[in-house]
Ligand binder design. Sequence first.
Ligand code: SF4
Length: 161
Amino acid sequence: MWDLLKRSLKMGRLTEKHKEENAPHLRSFQQSWHIRHLDCGSCNGCDWEMNALLNPVYDLQRFGFDFVASPRHGDILMCTGPMSTQLVQAAHETDAGMPKPKVIIAVGDCSIDGGVFKSAYGAKDGIEGTLKVDVEIPGCPPSPEQILDVLLQMKKEEYGF
Ligand code: SF4
């Protein structure tokens, strides 16, 4: 136990901070897009619709998208929920942890303007103001088709696919 503690104090932190200059040629939207999902206090309705994107009906991965567990691997940040006040810091840290370029998408009415949680004491009426939103997908919840349409549209129009 003491040996382990001494060794970890001596070695310090082993992970490196992200540096943009490490691999700038890899940070491009010309390849597959990785999505980091952040639940900002949703009722989970939107999250389940996003989850359905991975089933065999929508099969999101065949279009070159996938969900990732770490913001460090994300190109797209998809947020659901009205931005609960206790999640503001986590949202900032997730945003800061993502390499550029990145796209932030507000998924569902709650993330756009608070939706059914509008004016609730513990929420911020949407994620704008905490994060800089690039794309909005309205609906309560939006269907998987709507979400997929927006993703494919982004690839096609905004980034030349
Ligand atoms: S938009 Fe509707 S489904 Fe989505 S988190 Fe808000 S209340 Fe739930």
